[in-house]
Design a protein around this ligand. Structure first.
Ligand code: NOJ
Length: 540
């Protein structure tokens, strides 16, 4: 396998609105990010994925772009953006831009033109039909919206302020490529491609994901833009199987560097239902799915490793335990260890490195997210109780990840001196960066060490992966092997003590590379694992 710089890189995702507010208007901004670059350098990450910072009316917090070549006023100016790229570069950090190509804002000049008449040059940049069909919007309701003036419906797979672009149109594709090249010329390190598996949609056949021309478009995009530039490109692909992931990410295909797959993310919902329809996670499913991806992308293609992002709940509240300080710290470290020991590029979502948790606002009015609000209205109309809906929001709502970053114990967690756009989590007095940096045993330093271990051990990057305990309901363990070097990760996923037995693997000695307890045992024949204990060993 050809070695690439992103194979041993770790990416940190910033949701700019919630990261750091430098001008105290209650909204995070680009200068706020620049102020915190030294913090990111200290953590040891290599790349920052910036959620969208382009001009946007913020119907979906920047995922509705009205100008791809300009910066949202609240976030700053193009000058600030250029400075961010430069200041990051000085610290060895690359910036990944979030490319939202499936749709624009309805306030984008292309859509404003497209609405003017059926023979406008830009009409065909979007998808218009005489009648709606059964296609549904991810944010609820029909995916078609009536446009009275022209008597036709336009497609929006997300909100009605996010009209879908029509990739069949060659001129549109050319404009998109020019725009991507504009950002490449600014010196960015790559791109995250938002819901990229939708661009090949065939609305008349109700095909959304994985349409017939998807890979043709991606190959063309690669050739016209980032293909020969050694940039990191990661596609958001909810519909990917390992087979499909190889089409996107194998070297020969010349499409992307890697994709985000979401199979593991859907394991705690009722199959066939929406994410709001909750089901308890069975650890065996999680191991089966993650191990399948590890093994199937072994020699071809590349994995992204992530537990959370701006659309997902906080991992410590989801699959760890945040009911006490002790459990929160132990389970955050356990989850980090499992993920960072695997093969692929790890992504850390802002605040994960200090174990930030979900929020529980009592009042629906305190939530901001369009998806939450639409779902609430829809389910109230369907007769669900307020309490049931709130439980779904507490478990899966996107605002869990979007509350302001907790920097210290001062007003509003040090995020802003003004009223923050979304309420700060009340636990900021204890859970914050300042505390984490002062405590050598904090989650922060555990993550820092995990990042360092990856850089120092090729076995973690390229080693073969073997799951060891697929049938166990309590432990998650696996072996990584490269040229005779062996690294073993053993963990107890739960609070109850459990036992791990290493069968059939010989070793003379072992070294603990990292553990979330100071005094972890080295007795692998019957290793007693304390609550959430996670250990990475080198077997000799
Ligand atoms: C996926 C993004 O991650 C999400 O935040 C957004 O709402 C949709 N794509 C639509 O752009």
């Amino acid at each position: 396998m050809k070695k690439r710089w992103w194979h041993n890189s770790v990416v940190y995702q910033i949701y700019p609105r919630s990261f750091n507010d430098s001008n105290n208007d209650g909204i995070g901004d680009i200068r706020g990010i620049i102020e915190k670059l030294d913090y990111l350098k200290e953590l040891g990450i290599d790349v920052v994925w910036l959620s969208p910072v382009y001009k946007s009316p913020n119907d979906d917090n920047g995922y509705d772009i009205s100008d791809y070549r300009d910066i949202m006023d609240e976030f700053g100016s193009m000058g600030d953006m250029e400075e961010l790229i430069l200041e990051s570069k000085k610290r060895g950090i690359k910036i990944l831009m979030d490319l939202v190509l499936n749709h624009t804002s309805d306030e984008h000049k292309w859509f404003i033109e497209a609405k003017k008449s059926k023979d406008n040059k830009y009409r065909d940049y979007y998808v218009w039909r005489k009648e709606p069909n059964g296609l549904k919007s991810t944010f609820g309701g029909s995916a078609f919206e009536y446009h009275k003036e022209s008597g036709e419906y336009y497609l929006h797979l997300f909100s009605k302020k996010q009209p879908d672009l029509n990739f069949e149109n060659k001129d549109l594709r050319k404009e998109i490529y020019d725009m991507i090249n504009f950002w490449i010329d600014k010196g960015v390190g790559g791109f995250r491609l938002d819901v990229i598996d939708l661009i090949g949609k065939v609305p008349d056949k109700e095909i959304k994901e994985n349409g017939p021309k998807l890979h043709e478009y991606l190959k063309e995009m690669n050739k016209e833009t980032f293909g020969d530039k050694d940039l990191l490109t990661v596609g958001e692909t909810w519909g990917a199987t390992p087979e499909i992931a190889k089409l996107y990410s194998s070297e020969e295909e010349k499409e992307l560097s890697m994709v985000f797959q979401f199979e593991h993310i859907s394991l705690d919902k009722i199959p066939g239902k929406r994410k709001w329809d909750l089901k308890k996670l069975d650890l065996r499913d999680l191991k089966r799915v993650l191990s399948k991806w590890q093994i199937e992308l072994k020699s071809d293609g590349w994995n992204s490793l992530f537990w959370n992002n701006h659309d997902l709940p906080r991992i410590v509240s989801r699959w760890g335990k945040d009911d006490s300080e002790k459990n929160r710290v132990l389970s955050s470290k356990m989850l980090g260890t499992i993920l960072h020991g695997m093969r692929g590029t790890p992504y850390i979502y802002q605040g994960e490195e200090i174990g930030m948790t979900n929020i529980r606002f009592k009042d629906i009015e305190d939530y901001d997210d369009i998806e939450i609000k639409n779902m609430y209205k829809e389910r109230i109309a369907l007769g669900y109780s307020h309490e049931d809906i709130m439980e779904s929001i507490y478990a899966k709502g996107r605002d869990n990840a979007r509350t302001p970053m907790q920097w210290d114990d001062s007003l509003n967690a040090g995020f802003t001196k003004n009223k923050p756009w979304l309420k700060v989590n009340e636990n900021y007095k204890t859970i914050n960066v300042k505390n984490a940096l002062e405590d050598k045993d904090s989650i922060f330093y555990h993550y820092k060490k995990l990042i360092k271990l990856r850089k120092e051990n090729e076995t973690i990057i390229y080693g073969d992966y073997t799951p060891l305990d697929l049938e166990s309901k309590n432990t998650f363990s696996y072996l990584r092997e490269l040229n005779g070097d062996r690294i073993l990760v053993v963990s107890n996923f739960y609070e109850e003590e459990t036992e791990f037995n290493l069968k059939g693997i010989e070793y003379r000695d072992l070294e603990i590379l990292i553990s979330n307890y100071k005094d972890s045992s080295k007795e692998l024949k019957s290793l007693k694992l304390r609550p959430f204990e996670a250990i990475m060993f080198r077997l000799k």
